[in-house]
Structure formats: C-alpha cells, structure tokens
Design a protein around this ligand. Structure first.
Ligand code: GLP
Length: 239
C-alpha cells in the first residue's frame, strides 16, 4: 500500500529486490525527463538498485555522479573505500561522463570546500539515500546543522558498530569521514531514500512522523518538495 505524508511519498515493497526495481523505475523516468546529475550513496541498501542499473541498457556516458561521502584515511583503492565500492557496484559496468567522491586522503582543510564547488557546479537532479540506524543521511550524524555543507565528520559509535561488518575488526573502521552536508542533499531536485529491515524501522518512523529536528538528520526531508521513500515491510513496521 502506498501513502502520502505531506511531501513524503512512501512506497512499500515486499523486499529489497522489489525496492531496487522501484528505485530503478524512478531513475529511468527522471532520465527521460532530462536528469543528468545523480547523487549516489553507498552501503548495502542501494546494492539492488545498482544491480538493476548494471543489468539495464541505460546509458550514463553523458551523466555525472556525485557521491555523498568517503572515509577519511582510506585511499581510493582501499578495499573498504567508497571509491572501491562504487567502482565494483556501478562505475566499472556503467561508465559516467564524470564521477566525484570526496578524497579520503584529501587535505582536511581544503577537501570540503573543493567538494562544495563540485556540487555547486553540478546541481543534483536525483539524490539516492540510504539511512543509518540513528537516522543519519550521508554521514551526517545526529546534531549536524541542517544548513551544513561538505564537512569532516566524527562517526558515532552506533555508526562504527553498524559499519564494522565490512572491516576485519572494529579498530579498522575509520573514525572520521568527509560527508556532503544536509543543505547540499536538500538542494537536490528529487530525493529517493531506501530502507530495508527491522533495524531501520525506528529511523524511518522518526523520519516520517517525528519532529523536524537536527537530532534526527533525515527528518528534514519532511520539508523537501519531492521525496520518495521506498521501504520494505520491516522498515515500515513502525509507521
Ligand atoms: C553508511 C553510509 C550511509 C548509509 C548507511 C546505511 O553510514 N554513509 O550513506 O545510508 O551506511 O548503510 P546500509 O545501507 O548498509 O544499512
């Protein structure tokens, strides 16, 4: 069943496979309407969407991708870097005209401003988002100002715990990241947020029904004019 909560359109799907197909359809429609710049996300959530894109006949050779974030301290070719993730999930199969991801080895004083210039030069048509169990978007943790641009983030213990499954041990998880800010995410014309599984249910309920507060970064989406939230039954269970 689909429902509309003010500006948030909620699409309930059976599972992440169906969710990937729904998101794919939305991207295809956006491309038909002229979308050229895609804000892309990492994590396990968008993987089924990227599979649909890989297997499709869509052409991205005139499109631009701008990723949300990168761990500080990881080189581009580090196995757990988001550069590596994006290459393996999408870019090796679907070449884009240009792709941008913050440089995890970039200078902390200049990398954020450099990235903001890239975002300003290429306004995002469609932003893909996952969500953290604490409702972070990108790596914008609770308490991040809504008017933030690209910045250095200190990851919360909750995020470190959630992401340690990708690393050999918890000590290997970087403690910091560069993340696109909430203001830049909100500047996208259209936002597609996906969430699957019981551990996202509370974050989704707070995104949709909770007060709009910097303690719940995703709650700001309630004020965006075009947001689609794709959720499976478990992630929708507290709505
Ligand atoms: C990381 C990423 C987020 C992502 C989140 C959820 O923290 N920076 O962009 O939404 O993980 O990850 P997953 O989709 O694996 O649950």
């Amino acid at each position: 069943m689909n429902s509309t909560n003010s500006t948030l359109k909620i699409i309930k799907v059976k599972d992440r496979n169906e969710g990937g197909k729904k998101a794919f359809e939305l991207i295809k429609e956006a491309i038909q309407s002229g979308a050229k710049v895609f804000g892309l996300a990492t994590g396990s959530t968008p993987e089924t969407l990227y599979r649909e894109l890989r297997e499709s006949d869509l052409d991205f050779s005139d499109k631009i991708a701008i990723n949300l974030d990168e761990y500080i301290g990881l080189s581009k070719d580090h196995p757990q870097s988001y550069h590596t993730f994006m290459k393996k999930q999408l870019f090796d199969y679907k070449p884009f005209k240009q792709t941008f991801i913050p440089d995890g080895l970039g200078d902390e004083n200049t990398e954020p401003e450099k990235y903001d210039k890239i975002i300003d030069a290429h306004p995002i048509d469609v932003q893909i988002l996952g969500i953290g169990t604490n409702a972070h978007i990108g790596f914008n943790e609770p308490g991040t100002p809504f008017d933030s641009k690209t910045h250095k983030v200190t990851l919360t213990q909750e995020t470190i715990d959630a992401n340690k499954r990708y690393f050999e041990s918890e000590e290997d998880v970087p403690r910091h990241a560069f993340s696109m800010g909430i203001k830049s995410i909100m500047s996208a014309k259209k936002i597609i947020l996906m969430a699957y599984g019981e551990n996202k249910a509370e974050a989704i309920a707070r995104t949709v029904h909770g007060p709009v507060t910097e303690e719940v970064p995703s709650s700001i989406l309630q004020t965006h004019p075009d947001v689609v939230i794709i959720v499976d039954e478990e992630a929708a269970s507290q709505l």
